[in-house]
Ligand binder design. Structure first.
Ligand SMILES: *Cc1c(COP(=O)(O)O)cnc(C)c1O
Length: 369
């Protein structure tokens, strides 16, 4: 049987009763859209992060897009982020009409190089969008200091960092707003699509609520803002509510898997994830680096192990983002990484015996290089 880089069926086996009970609760509640479960999840997710408000939406891309719009970002503005991220980060910025400006990532931890922010700021810059990539936080004190000095908003892309911490502070509680995805693979995953945006600013919250609901002021049932429909589904919200109580144990499970990889592969030529001092990593993905990545993946094909690359193509090199006019060669660390990284299987329910086989296979392949 193939060892998948991620699967949910083992977790579903363990949690089936609770998940199906959540579905039945919503079906029998008499209210299928924006009911008690969405409200309850919003309350509990905000409380987990110690922020005042949470607005549930239909996916993480819209959590970023609506979050940016609620912060006042629109056509003519610039938003600074990284090219070493999932495409939706930039899809979301693009869809607000703002222009994406990239800075490179750091050689050691692959996260936003905050030393490059200052030089990327122009008089059109409106927002800095740090991506807490792979499960650990960008240096938020540096981001905040620069943003405050230039009067910029900060939106955190927390799609890969549920429960991650920096100096004890949980990801998503530092910026003016923070966007989360609950796509099934994420550290807190739904059984389908979902997303949410956090903020402690009541005006940003009010704008978010309008933006996810036709642009409508619910009190008067009149549209005051051009918008679409981006509601979080009630069933997914109830499932997320149940799973939120287990988020810390999912993170513990991922850390156990990471610990076993470090024990089994720490003495090899693979570069394993480096944790920035003060960061608590949640290992959304377990990304390793080796200059002969493609040879390793080719040879691992005979071992029945499913690997992944997060991400094989830097965003600025994709044809759909040619309009950003960011030339190949301009982000050297991001471009080098894309050819050398790959991800090993990672999910909390990964069986230690299966993981042992992965470790042995990787060791064997490295010895034959
Ligand atoms: C998954 C992800 C998103 C988008 O989330 P969806 O729910 O798939 O729309 C955005 N940013 C990052 C970094 C992600 O990993």
């Amino acid at each position: 049987m193939t060892t998948q880089v991620w699967e949910y069926l083992t977790e579903y086996e363990n949690e089936r009763e609770d998940i199906l009970d959540a579905v039945q609760q919503v079906f029998g509640s008499g209210r299928l859209v924006l009911g008690e479960s969405v409200l309850g999840f919003e309350r509990e997710f905000a409380a987990y992060h110690g922020v005042d408000h949470c607005v549930g939406v239909d996916n993480g891309t819209n959590a970023i897009k609506l979050g940016l719009q609620a912060l006042g970002v629109g056509p003519g503005d610039e938003v600074i982020t990284v090219s070493n991220t999932a495409a939706p980060t930039v899809v979301a910025i693009d869809s607000t009409g703002a222009r994406t400006v990239f800075v490179d990532v750091r050689e050691d931890d692959f996260l936003m190089d905050t030393d490059q922010l200052e030089a990327a700021i122009t008089d059109r810059t409106r927002c800095i969008l740090p991506v807490h990539l792979y499960g650990q936080c960008v240096n938020m004190s540096a981001v905040k200091e620069i943003a405050d000095r230039h009067g910029l908003a900060v939106l955190e892309d927390c799609a890969q960092a549920h429960g991650a911490r920096q100096s004890g502070v949980v990801a998503g509680s530092t910026g003016d707003a923070a966007a989360f995805s609950f796509y099934p693979t994420k550290v807190l995953g739904a059984y389908g699509d979902g997303g949410a945006t956090l903020t402690s600013d009541p005006e940003v919250e009010a704008r978010m609520r309008r933006l996810r609901y036709y642009g409508m002021d619910k009190q008067y049932y009149t549209v005051s803002t051009p918008a679409h429909n981006s509601r979080l589904d009630e069933v997914q919200a109830e499932i997320l509510r149940r799973k939120l109580t287990r988020l810390d144990s999912y993170v513990e499970g991922r850390r156990d898997v990471a610990r076993r990889y470090a024990e089994g592969l720490g003495d090899t030529a693979l570069q394993l994830p480096r944790i920035v001092p003060g960061n608590e990593h949640v290992y959304y993905v377990y990304v390793v680096r080796h200059p002969r990545r493609d040879d390793i993946i080719e040879r691992l094909k005979t071992y029945d192990i499913n690997l992944n690359i997060s991400y094989p193509w830097p965003i600025h090199t994709m044809s759909g983002f040619a309009h950003l006019d960011c030339k190949a060669g301009s982000l050297p660390v991001t471009e080098a990484l894309a050819g050398e990284i790959f991800s090993l299987p990672m999910y909390p329910a990964l069986d230690p015996d299966r993981q042992d086989k992965v470790v042995h296979a990787v060791r064997e392949v490295l010895e034959t290089l």
